[in-house]
Design a protein around this ligand. Structure first.
Ligand SMILES: C[S@@+](CC[C@H](N)C(=O)[O-])C[C@H]1O[C@@H](n2cnc3c(N)ncnc32)[C@H](O)[C@@H]1O
Length: 287
């Protein structure tokens, strides 16, 4: 398998990664502003999923193609589109393909902006995915490798870092976070271990910029609600843990919640950033 298909997450994915109302539109507008895209720009999203990023583009009439290993994830996207009111005079121009980002079913130079949000860490053979993205991108183009990052908790100390605690427990049990997923993460500033991504892009002749496209706040959640997601194995990083390791991690996690976590039932929002590694190529570079 060249990646991790999210079939099992289709029903709950939007609960775990959903934005507050209006934020998805702000993400779209930030991408449009950064790339200078217009209605004639051709977008491709790698690992389009349930359309968390795609939906506002499609609703606003942009020419948008998505590809994903998971048909059930894209069926959610279709179902959300069918429920969303169409914009009068604005036809929807989109196409969805079930397929693998390491073998794109598109001809060279087909797209002007390629977006991959929260995907490369799942892709076994992420280098091939980047080679393929470069091939189908019309140069100079924009390849936008996006992820979300919490504002440092030193700046918002009222928010206990539940995820960090979970991964610390796993680490104590001999499981390394970085080994839970086959791909690479674009957090090259905050996690230098993954700077291989930038090196690879530069080796492909790209100019790379690390941009923070948006600052936003997450929907309010209590530490216990957040913890429940790991207990229920909702995140893909927990899918491959053995039952024994998961059960022991849950036991330690619940002890931490009850005994050490400040205010485990108090919901709070976290300030986060929508960050992107934006790669472009010289106009005449080869696919
Ligand atoms: C974490 S979700 C992100 C979805 C969307 N980009 C977003 O930001 O909400 C990752 C998606 O990538 C898909 N995926 C993983 N490996 C893939 C691959 N090799 N080719 C295509 N899609 C892949 C999964 O099925 C899943 O829908």
């Amino acid at each position: 398998m060249p990646g991790i298909a999210f079939d099992q997450a289709a029903d709950y994915y939007d609960q775990t990664r959903g934005f507050r109302e209006g934020v998805a539109e702000q993400v779209r507008d930030a991408i449009l502003a950064y790339t200078g895209a217009t209605l004639s720009t051709r977008f491709l999203e790698l690992g389009v999923g349930t359309g968390r990023i795609a939906l506002p583009f499609i609703q606003a009439g942009y020419d948008y193609t998505g590809i994903d290993l998971s048909q059930p994830m894209m069926e959610r996207l279709e179902s959300k589109l069918s429920q969303a009111p169409a914009t009068p005079g604005q036809p929807r121009r989109y196409a969805l393909f079930q397929g693998d980002v390491t073998a794109l079913p598109f001809t060279a130079n087909s797209f002007d902006v390629i977006i991959a949000a929260h995907v490369l860490h799942l892709v076994d053979g992420w280098q091939k995915a980047l080679d393929e993205a470069k091939r189908v991108l019309r140069k100079p183009g924009f390849l936008m490798l996006s992820h979300e990052e919490q504002k440092p908790l030193t700046v918002q100390p009222e928010t206990p870092n539940v995820n960090r605690q979970w991964y610390k427990i796993l680490e104590d049990l001999g499981v390394k976070h970085a080994e839970l997923q086959p791909g690479i993460r674009p957090q090259w500033d905050s996690a230098k271990r993954d700077s291989g991504l930038v090196d690879y892009l530069r080796g492909m002749g790209a100019q790379v910029e690390d941009v923070t496209l948006l600052e936003y706040t997450t929907p309010p959640l209590s530490p216990r609600q957040l913890a429940q997601r790991h207990i229920d194995r909702m995140y893909s990083s927990d899918w491959h843990l053995s039952d024994e390791v998961h059960a022991e991690a849950v036991r330690r996690f619940k002890t931490w919640l009850d005994e050490s976590c400040p205010e485990p039932d108090k919901p709070s929002s976290v300030t986060s950033y929508f960050k992107t590694l934006a790669a472009t190529w010289p106009q005449n570079s080869k696919s």
